[in-house]
Design a protein around this ligand. Structure first.
Ligand code: AMP
Ligand code: ZN
Length: 113
């Protein structure tokens, strides 16, 4: 996808602080962390948002969640963390390549803003 910053990270055209990657997914630390530990897990293929997910992407999204929880363990976040998808500009989405935020290392408030 031309002009998609996360597709460019997947392609290696712009750098990212990568944590994990396989043939389908990529995890990297957020460039503007909103918690002491804040990383993103994304599908390598371009999916604009959760609404654009196809039925064939359901397993892929499960893999993203599962791998994110593993990374939380491996990076000392433990089992207390927030998992977020901002879907649509009105909900705070700024990069239109589906990504799941994992935030940890501090107490989380509810409801989110
Ligand atoms: P959202 O606002 O939910 O679309 O989240 C986009 C996230 O991507 C934000 O938390 C940004 O800080 C993060 N981000 C944008 N560009 C980069 C980048 N080059 N490397 C790492 N994280 C990024
Ligand atoms: Zn993309």
């Amino acid at each position: 996808m031309i002009d998609c910053i996360f597709c460019k990270i997947v392609a290696g055209d712009i750098p990212a602080n990568k944590m994990y990657e396989d043939d389908e997914i990529l995890a990297f630390w957020d460039i503007s962390p909103q918690a002491p530990k804040h990383f993103l897990v994304i599908p390598k293929k371009h999916i604009a948002d959760a609404v654009a997910m196809a039925n064939e992407d359901i397993e892929l999204m499960g893999k993203i969640i599962k791998q994110g929880t593993r990374l939380a363990q491996e990076h000392g976040i433990g089992s207390d963390f927030r998992v977020v998808i901002n879907n649509g500009a009105g909900a705070g989405q700024t990069v239109f390549h589906l990504h799941v935020h994992f935030l940890g290392g501090r107490a989380m408030l509810w409801p989110p803003g």
